[in-house]
Design a protein around this ligand. Structure first.
Ligand SMILES: [Zn+2]
Length: 199
């Protein structure tokens, strides 16, 4: 597994927020140089950590409905049904849960009529129940980096010690800062507010 440091995490956080953000802007925000950001991004690409630069489309604006599909099926049928569903372009995400009661949970998107007719396009043998539930409000898409991941080497923004275990993340002025504990976060916050008052 690749080791990431604070700068890698900061760069990734910026690009997750907006993959078209300029290296100049990222470098300024991370207090580093454009060539450094450039070489870090290249390294992240080479390591396959950044898989692609993509866009986030507002489906509602182009008439695409998003829904959740829940399928309850017998254990024998589950894998076959999952495979059939995965072949449909409307299926965006699919989970087979370990709970035998709600065996498939899937995020689907597409034309509303096609979504509500999804059950007509698969073999329903062994399927006890199939439901398409329209999404009223947008999906929560959490693209933040899970900090408990052992591959991250973070240092505390207040005491500079290496963070062991879970880091405390806090945004100040839309920038992410990481701390070893809540005490450090609190102290940093006090100092930060003082700096703001002086400015
Ligand atoms: Zn600390």
């Amino acid at each position: 597994m690749a080791e990431l440091d604070n700068l890698d995490v900061k760069i990734l956080t910026h690009l997750l927020d907006n993959s078209r953000k300029s290296f100049n802007e990222i470098a300024k925000s991370c207090l580093t140089s454009v060539p450094t950001v450039n070489s870090r991004v290249n390294r992240l690409l080479e390591l396959g950590i950044i898989k692609k630069f993509t866009i986030d489309i507002d489906n509602a604006r182009i008439g695409i409905t998003e829904a959740v599909l829940i399928v309850n099926a017998t254990p024998n049928a589950i894998n076959r049904v999952a495979e059939e569903l995965m072949a449909l372009e409307e299926v965006k995400e699919l989970y087979v849960t370990s709970d035998s009661d709600t065996a498939i949970v899937s995020r689907i998107a597409g034309d509303m009529q096609r979504l509500s007719g999804i059950q007509d396009r698969i073999d329903l043998t062994g399927v006890n129940n199939i439901r398409v539930i329209n999404v009223k409000t947008q999906f929560k898409k959490d693209t933040t980096i899970p900090l408990s991941s052992s591959s991250l080497t973070l240092t505390c923004a207040f005491c500079s010690k290496k963070v062991n275990g879970e880091a405390v993340r806090k945004k100040f002025d839309s920038k992410d800062y990481f701390f070893c504990c809540n005490t450090c976060r609190g102290e940093f916050e006090k100092r930060y507010i003082k700096l703001l008052e002086k400015a």
